[in-house]
Design a protein around this ligand. Structure first.
Ligand code: ADP
Ligand code: MG
Length: 386
């Protein structure tokens, strides 16, 4: 962490020829349980991870915004007056979209000074760990500070989501930014996506002798296309047919009626969301009452529901999960939006390498590309770095 923070100051200086006035950082996140529940106004349980995006920021004396990143060669530039979602494209739509979205949440973009931003990150991109929320949250917190906007973190999460929805064009929910902004060390964020009430829930993985392993299949997922939008549409269809504002308003008891009313596919989409909401509630209760060793079955059931009812898994994710389960994991599931990306496995610390070897072997046997595997810990949320 020290390295990347020092690097970003030096890189800022190289790019802009002056010292940054501060460095802000925000973590990626992994979702422990609660998938495709966020846009159905349900429950999610993500945690901020020990991989971060850092943003060095300096104020300018004109009204120009410039952003550079260790990921890109060019410096993107736009004047505050020209800042609209349509004017933004590529990677810089994330940070510049945040600046625009702050304007939608009350910042007077005609009055604030321009800024230079340099971004660096050790959050893997496209691995389901939300490098997008990390960059949005780091920039949102930084601009909130340097522009003295005084917005609270729940609002900053909405700012990041608005940037991603409108400037980037990805129809994602509020979970990722909430985890990145509200996360605490060794804890998950239990988020009610209807009220945006967030509760910190201690995880206690370490004390229980458990590690959380990410298995990044390397299979590309894309939120902007196809399956994700279709799943959202199915959920809306199901809610409308059931006469409720959102699937959040249904419980397990409503499923028999849903099965009578809905076509098979829509019913199974609805069943995933309804049972997944219940699994999140059960996971929170189980963590509090029994600790993390007892949540394995809930993780496993979540995976089965995404594979069979929501149909967003892929063979690589199923293989990763099954191999982890067969080699000593407490529980395992795909995580993130699906159609690729990563799986997680909750594993006794001494069993981590056995599981990694088994998964490597299984992937080779199936001629799947080599997966990336690493342990993540639950870390603190977005912050101004000293
Ligand atoms: P993820 O699952 O990692 O969130 P997304 O496709 O949602 O995947 O977001 C990844 C995109 O976010 C990248 O392709 C890039 O445009 C942008 N991004 C993330 N981190 C950085 C960074 N450090 N510098 C520049 N762009 C970044
Ligand atoms: Mg993302």
């Amino acid at each position: 962490m020290n390295d990347i923070r020092d690097d970003v100051r030096a890189a800022f200086h190289d790019a802009y020829g002056q010292e940054a006035s501060g460095v802000w950082s925000a973590p990626g996140r992994v979702n422990l349980i609660g998938e495709h529940t966020d846009y159905n106004e349900g429950f999610v349980l993500p945690f901020a991870i020990n991989r971060r995006t850092v943003a060095a920021v300096g104020l300018r004396d004109d009204s120009t915004l410039r952003v550079a990143s260790s990921f890109a060669d060019e410096i993107a530039e736009i004047s505050l007056a020209e800042l609209t979602p349509d004017a933004l494209a590529g990677w810089s739509a994330y940070p510049l979209g945040v600046a625009w979205a702050l304007g939608e949440h009350g910042a007077d973009l005609a009055a604030v000074p321009g800024v230079d931003i340099f971004i660096d990150s050790d959050v893997p991109v496209g691995a389901g760990l939300s490098s997008s929320a990390a960059i949005e949250s780091a920039v949102a917190l930084a601009l909130n500070d340097v522009w003295r906007l005084g917005l609270d973190r729940t609002t900053l999460a909405k700012v990041g989501q608005l940037a991603e929805n409108k400037a980037v064009g990805a129809p994602t929910g509020i979970m990722d930014q909430s985890a990145s902004l509200l996360g605490k060390a060794d804890s998950a964020v239990f988020l009610d996506c209807r009220t945006l009430d967030a509760t910190v829930v201690p995880l206690g993985f370490d004390e229980a002798g458990l590690a959380l392993v990410i298995i990044d299949t390397g299979v590309a997922h894309s939120h902007s296309t196809g399956g994700y939008g279709e799943r959202r549409a199915a959920c809306e269809r199901g809610a409308t047919a059931m006469g409720v504002p959102s699937l959040r308003d249904l419980s397990i008891d409503d499923l028999p009626r849903a099965q009578q009313l809905l076509d098979d596919v829509t019913f199974r989409r609805v069943r995933h969301v309804v049972t997944e909401n219940q699994r999140v509630l059960d996971t929170v209760r189980t963590l509090r009452e029994q600790g993390p060793t007892a949540i394995g079955e809930l993780l496993d059931a979540s995976h089965a529901s995404m594979r069979d009812d929501f149909e967003i898994s892929v063979p690589e994710l199923d293989l990763a999960v099954e191999t982890a389960q067969a080699n000593g994991a407490i529980g395992a599931r795909m995580t993130g939006g699906g159609f690729g990306g990563a799986a997680i496995a909750l594993v006794p610390i001494e069993g981590v390498s056995r599981i990694q070897v088994a998964i490597d072997g299984a992937f080779a046997e199936h001629s799947f590309g080599q997966p990336e595997m690493f342990v993540v810990t639950a870390s603190y949320g977005a912050t101004r770095e000293p």
